[in-house]
Design a protein around this ligand. Structure first.
Ligand code: PEP
Ligand code: MN
Length: 372
């Protein structure tokens, strides 16, 4: 059960103390307080854990400071929808809104290689009105002898260039908790020139200790990739690990599933799950067409397979696109064969715009046919 308190209820107020006194006296119930400081107001939710089935919701709703009571299922306690349309499905980070109703594009380098390439990428993004990107510094590789990313040594120039080119959020994978501290330190050194969305890759979706660590910090939002060989439910529970530790600014990323049934694509594209994740949870949903498709193959109609699957995800309501670009794919240190080139950026963005417009028209259409 979640108690949604009146906006701006402070935990040192009389009402809150009275509420706590009441809650402490209910046998077999524990509670946990979550607070979000929004731009307009302070939002407080109290999670009751234990045997809540026997509690009368009307009685709880009459307690001091309580505005609404939401009964929740056991699944995805914090991130789930729980048939409550009024709770927020968006958050803001460094001036960019992430929600289930909008779309942000994160085009960028799978792995940082040179300062020059980072600058070229960011310049192109600025020329096309983009304020987000992806930049890999820590790369989890299948082969231990493959390039593992430049790590912390590239962070200062990546962040500095981001600031110069007006990039507000960089999606950056981390594979170890020490990377969070390295990112924080490099941001500090560059006067917080930009923001970072920590990415948990598909190989770490169920690295529970990493999830707990990242969930305990609330400075950076998190992009959690779906595990490539586990069920959707298991991956959504992984996202819930982050939220249960306190960080609810989580975006859920679909990136294709490992099965040869999807050949000749690198992974079997799972973007049909975009609306499913939005129905089950309040998380914005990201799609990664690059790691799903894995090649630059082009269909006879002139569109790249990567663009076709992007459009499929966007027309289904995706909220974020993580896509590999590179100024010179032949020189990319990781995943060059799937990178789009900078002169393809306007082509890609316009195709996304068309698909998004079609999605918005579909939503308008659905309003004309409300469920009975
Ligand atoms: C990536 O985004 O660079 C990446 C490695 O993705 P994934 O974890 O989905 O393989
Ligand atoms: Mn990659």
């Amino acid at each position: 059960m979640i108690l949604i308190l009146a906006p701006n209820t402070r935990t040192d107020s009389d009402e809150f103390r009275q509420l706590e006194t009441f809650l402490r006296h209910i046998p077999d119930i524990r509670y946990r307080v979550h607070q979000e400081t929004g731009t307009q107001q302070l939002l407080t939710e109290v999670y009751l854990i234990g045997d809540t089935a026997s509690l009368a919701a009307e009685e709880i709703a009459d307690l001091p400071a309580v505005e609404r009571v939401v009964r929740i299922s056991e699944e995805y306690r914090v991130l789930g929808r729980h048939s409550d349309q009024q709770r927020s499905t968006s958050f803001e980070y460094n001036g960019v809104c992430f929600g289930q109703d909008n779309l942000n594009v994160f085009a960028g380098l799978c792995a940082v290689n040179t300062r020059e390439h980072v600058a070229q990428m960011m310049k192109a993004l600025r020329e096309h009105g983009q304020v987000c990107t992806r930049m890999g510094a820590y790369k989890p590789r299948t082969n231990p002898y493959s390039f593992q990313g430049h790590g912390k040594s590239c962070l200062p120039y990546v962040f500095e260039l981001a600031g110069n080119y007006g990039i507000r959020v960089i999606a950056m994978e981390i594979t170890h908790e020490t990377h969070v501290e390295e990112i924080r330190e490099a941001l500090r050194q560059t006067g917080n020139a930009t923001g970072v969305m920590l990415q948990i890759g598909t190989r770490n979706t169920q690295n529970f200790e990493l999830l707990k660590y990242v969930g305990r910090q609330r400075e950076f939002p998190v992009l959690l990739k779906r595990g490539f060989g586990i069920t959707l439910e298991e991956s959504l529970n992984a996202a819930e690990y982050l939220a249960s530790e306190g960080n609810r600014n989580v975006v859920f990323g679909l990136r294709g599933m490992k099965t040869n049934m999807g050949d000749p694509h690198r992974n079997f594209v799972d973007f049909a799950h975009v609306p499913v994740v939005k129905r089950l949870t309040r998380m914005p949903v990201c799609i990664d067409p690059s790691h799903s498709v894995g090649t630059r193959e082009r269909a006879p109609d002139g569109l790249l397979d990567i663009m076709h699957v992007t459009a499929q995800g966007v027309i289904a309501g995706a909220n974020m696109i993580l896509v590999d670009f590179h100024p010179e794919p032949s020189k990319a240190l990781v995943d060059g064969p799937q990178a789009l080139t900078l002169d393809e950026l306007p082509f890609f963005l316009e195709d996304v715009r068309i698909a998004r417009e079609a999605y918005e028209k579909r939503v308008d259409l659905a309003r004309e046919y409300p469920p009975r």
